[in-house]
Design a binder for this molecule. Sequence first.
Ligand code: GDP
Ligand code: MG
Length: 394
Amino acid sequence: KTQSAFVEKKHCNIGTIGHVDHGKTTLTAAITKVLANDGLAKFVSYDEIDRAPEERSRGITINAAHVGYSTKVRHYAHTDCPGHADYIRNMISGASQMDAAILVVAANDGPMPQTREHLLLAKQVGIKYILVYINKADIVDNELLELVEIEMRELLSDFGYDGNTVPMICGSALKALNGDESEFGAPSIRKLLETMDDYVPPIVRDLQSPFLMPIDNAFTVPGRGTVVVGTIKRGVMKRNDEADLIGFGHNIKTTLSDIQIFKKSVTEALAGDNVGVLLRGMKIKSVETGMLLCAAKSFKLSNHYKAKIYFLTRNEGGRKKPIFSKYSQQMFSGTWNIACRIDLDPSLHMMMPGDHGEVYLTLLEGMVMTQGQPFTIRENNVTVATGIITDTLP
Ligand code: GDP
Ligand code: MG
């Protein structure tokens, strides 16, 4: 019963990704334009989207526009970033946690370096559903459109998506934005939206596993105690449940004295809910952003993890030099970062930028990381590697 409550919300986080100037912002504006004409959204102009306000997420500055619109089927929160670096930061920091992405590729260029990089990142951060919008169909002939489609299917397969089944829509975002009703104009946008509704299934939250919530924020309510704020990642929280607040080498036992959603007390909250939780006997100074609130005894701290990693090439903004064992840098994951040492597979002497493979991570302090959790490695504020956790080691 609770499960269906989530399906009924029918909300989807989506975003445009792809090479600079391929038409991501034009497409975002065109979607709102077409839906506005059909009475389903408020038109948001190109300039409004491109002037995305600066926001700080997980300690890094990101420019991102969040545009909301609805089809007949569901509501979408759509993220469009102005620059390539903003995408990198947005995606690897999980700032907008896209359920699906629209990969925009200009037909006159075909896939370009940032097309590949965004696709790689999409895979690494766990975006399950990709749709391709082959843009600028107004300035190329049909043969080229077909060629780009073939190239894109191969590229998708190279990155671990099912290239054969990923939907591809050809069109012209610019024509659509200008109200053109010919094939590549507004109809291509309607087709894209219908495909989004069909292809991306309703996101069902995991309500079975023990609850887990990364802490985004914490504050003190005078006379009551410490409240931690976050979005429940999985499971169900009930008032008076026992819990552990865990991370950065600490594991503190506590009890959920009160749970609030939109400032109203509730007896339970489900995965996907944004909540404030009053923790019994908790001191504010014990709480750090990036700790986890989880069901009692459901997780153990560890300093050691196995991971799959990809070192960005120089062109992708990565290192010039090879990577050897004992490579120590700052690791970023979710809402937190920590000093981390990377050791290569013993059979390898070194790895080069552009290489990917299995590595061993040693964190300065014990943390909880789960299988499939994405992270990045940054060197002097530049992302040099992205990875996912594959195993917790004792
Ligand atoms: P972004 O960097 O991916 O967000 O790309 P923009 O949306 O800013 O578009 C880059 C340029 O391509 C702009 O000058 C747009 O007007 C132009 N453009 C976008 N879509 C189309 C299209 O369908 N056809 C043509 N001919 N130009 C387009
Ligand atoms: Mg743009």
